[in-house]
Write a protein that binds this ligand. Structure first.
Ligand SMILES: Nc1ncnc2c1ncn2[C@@H]1O[C@H](COP(=O)(O)OP(=O)(O)O)[C@@H](O)[C@H]1O
Ligand SMILES: [Mg+2]
Length: 474
C-alpha cells in the first residue's frame, strides 16, 4: 500500500515538474522567437534591395545597424548560402549550411529557428565557427528569407546567446530532481516507519491468534494504541480469557468425572476379585458382596445418567417438553416417595402448599429438581430433624422453599454447592449415594425454565433452598 502510494506521488510529482519546466521553457523561447523574428523580418525587407543590387556599403551599414538593434551577431547570406556580410566581420565569403538556412533556401520556408550547443555542430565550410572556447554555451539561430520581387534572394541569420536561459532551465530541472529525490526518500522512510507503527500491533495480535490456534489459551496481547486496534486487542484478550477459563473448567470436569467413575470401579474390582479367589466363600458373605457390586453399578449408572443430562443441557440441545402443571403435585409426589426415608430417620416432613396458578414447564425435569432438593434435605439432616417445604406466590412467580434444621453448609462452601461434583463432606456425600451433580443439574434446569435458585444456610442451624419459577400467564 505504501509503495503504491509512493508511486502515485512520485509519478504525479514527475509529471508536474515536467509540465512546469516545459511550460516555462516554451514560454521563454516563444517570447524570444517572437522578438527575434519580428526584428529579422523587418530587416530582411530593408536589406532586400541592397542585396539585389549588391550594394556592399549599404549592406554593411544595414547589417551593423540591425545587429546593434537586435542584440546579436547578424549574417547576410545570398541564395547560395554564401555569407555576404558578417556583423563580426569574420566569416565573409564562406558558406553556412545549417538547417535553418537550408530550410529557407531549399525547403521554401519563410522563417526558421533553432538552438545549438556550441560544440562545433554549427559549421560553415571553414569549420568550427561559433566555438568561443567555453562550454555550456547555447546559441539560438533565427533565420528569415530575403525576398525581392517574390523571389528568395538570400537569408538573414541572427545568432544570439541563449545560454542564460538554457542554464536557468537546467538549474530548475536539477533543483526539481534533487527536491524529488529528497522528498521521495523522506516519503519512503516515513512511510516505512508509519506502516511499521500501524502494522506492529496487528502483527502482535496475529501472533496471539496463532498461539491460540495451537491451543495455548494463555495468549494475551498488550492493549496499547488507540481506536480499533485497541478494541481488537481488548476483544481478543476477553475472548482468550473466556476460552482459557472454559478450557480449565472442562479439564476439571473431565478429571472430576473420571475420578467419580473410578471409585465405584475400583470397589467393584476388589469385591469381584475376592469372589474369584475365594471360591469356597460363605454363602451369606457372597450375597453381601454381590449386592455391594450391584449398588456400585447403580451408582455408576446414576453418575453416567446425570453426566449425560448435564452435557446435553450444556450443548443447548436440550428440548423442554413443556406442559401446564401444578408445582404442588410435584412436591406432593416427591414427599410421598421420600416419606419412608424420613420416617426411618424420625424426621418431620411438613408441606405448606398454598393455592396458586400453574407453571408451564417440563414435568420430568422439574420433578428431578424438586426431588433432589427434598432428598438432600432429608439425606443431610440428622435424625429427628424437621424439613419444611413451602409453596407461595410471589407476584408473577411461584416460590418454592425447602428448609431444614440440619447441619447447614459452611459459608465458604456455599458458593460452590452448585458446582459439578462438589460435596461439602466428600466421604459422607459419596457414601450417601449422591453423585454430587444434583444441585448442578438443578441450577441448569431452573435456568432453562427462566427461573432462579438460591441457597441460604447457617452452620449448625439449617439450610434453605429458594426456587423461583415464572407462573403461566393467562
Ligand atoms: N440440605 C442440605 N443440607 C446440608 N448440605 C447440603 C444440603 N443440600 C446439599 N448439601 C451439600 O451440597 C452438596 C451437593 O449436593 P448435590 O449436588 O445434590 O450432590 P449429592 O446430593 O449427590 O451429594 C452435598 O454433597 C451436600 O454436601
Ligand atoms: Mg443430591
Amino acid at each position: 500500500m505504501v509503495m503504491a502510494f509512493l508511486l502515485i506521488i512520485g509519478l504525479s510529482f514527475l509529471l508536474m515538474a515536467g509540465t512546469l519546466t516545459n511550460m516555462l521553457s516554451n514560454y521563454l523561447f516563444r517570447e524570444r522567437i517572437r522578438q527575434d523574428r519580428a526584428g529579422l523580418e523587418k530587416w530582411a525587407v530593408q536589406t532586400a534591395s541592397s542585396l539585389y543590387t549588391a550594394n556592399s556599403i549599404q549592406m554593411n551599414a544595414s547589417v551593423l545597424q540591425a545587429s546593434g538593434e537586435l542584440g546579436g551577431r547578424l549574417l547576410l547570406l545570398d541564395a547560395d548560402g554564401k555569407i555576404h556580410m558578417d556583423s563580426f566581420g569574420l566569416l565573409n565569403g564562406t558558406r553556412l549550411s545549417v538547417p535553418e538556412v537550408v530550410s529557407i533556401l531549399v525547403g521554401g520556408k519563410q522563417v526558421d529557428y533553432g538552438v545549438h550547443e556550441e560544440s562545433g555542430e554549427l559549421v560553415s565550410d571553414t569549420g568550427k565557427v561559433f566555438n568561443r572556447g567555453s562550454n555550456q554555451n547555447w546559441t539560438s539561430l533565427s533565420s528569415a528569407g530575403i525576398v525581392f520581387e517574390s523571389e528568395v534572394i538570400g537569408v538573414l541569420v541572427l545568432l544570439s546567446s541563449v545560454s542564460e536561459m538554457m542554464n536557468s532551465l537546467y538549474t530548475l530541472q536539477t533543483r526539481m530532481t534533487i527536491i524529488f529525490v529528497l522528498v521521495a526518500t523522506a516519503a519512503i522512510i516515513s512511510g516505512m516507519v508509519f506502516s511499521g507503527i500501524l502494522t506492529r500491533p496487528i502483527g502482535v495480535l496475529t501472533k496471539g491468534i496463532q498461539r491460540m490456534g495451537r491451543g495455548d489459551f494463555s495468549a494475551r496481547v498488550p492493549e496499547t494504541g488507540s481506536g480499533e486496534i485497541k478494541q481488537m486487542a481488548q476483544a481478543f484478550n476477553s475472548m482468550s480469557g473466556k476460552l482459557e477459563s472454559m478450557d480449565k473448567t472442562r479439564n476439571q470436569f473431565v478429571s472430576d468425572a473420571s475420578h467419580e467413575l473410578k471409585t465405584p470401579l475400583a470397589t467393584m474390582k476388589i469385591m469381584i476379585e475376592s469372589l474369584i479367589y475365594q471360591p469356597d466363600m460363605e454363602e451369606g458373605l457372597r450375597t453381601e458382596f454381590l449386592s455391594d457390586v450391584n449398588k456400585e453399578i447403580d451408582r455408576l449408572s446414576a453418575i453416567v445418567g446425570d453426566l449425560l443430562t448435564l452435557v446435553r443441557a450444556d450443548g443447548k440441545s436440550v428440548k423442554l417438553d413443556r406442559s401446564r402443571m401444578f408445582l404442588s403435585d410435584v412436591v406432593e409426589d416427591a414427599a410421598h416417595r421420600l416419606r419412608m426415608l424420613a420416617d426411618k430417620k424420625s424426621q418431620t416432613l411438613n408441606l405448606e402448599l398454598h393455592e396458586m396458578g400453574e407453571i408451564y414447564a417440563d414435568k420430568a425435569r422439574i420433578d428431578q429438581v424438586v426431588y433432589n432438593l427434598m432428598e438432600n434435605a432429608v439425606k443431610y439432616t440428622q435424625e429427628g430433624g424437621t424439613i419444611t417445604v413451602t409453596l407461595t406466590k410471589q407476584g408473577r412467580e411461584a416460590q418454592l422453599t425447602i428448609e431444614d434444621n440440619g447441619p447447614g453448609i459452611p459459608e465458604d462452601n456455599l458458593t460452590h454447592v452448585f458446582e459439578r461434583f462438589y460435596r461439602v463432606d466428600k466421604a459422607r456425600g459419596r457414601e450417601s449415594g449422591g453423585t454430587g451433580l444434583g444441585l448442578a443439574i438443578a441450577q441448569q434446569m431452573i435456568n432453562l425454565h427462566s427461573g432462579t435458585i438460591q441457597v441460604e444456610s447457617e452452620e449448625g442451624k439449617g439450610t434453605k433452598f429458594i426456587v423461583l419459577l415464572p407462573l403461566n400467564k393467562g
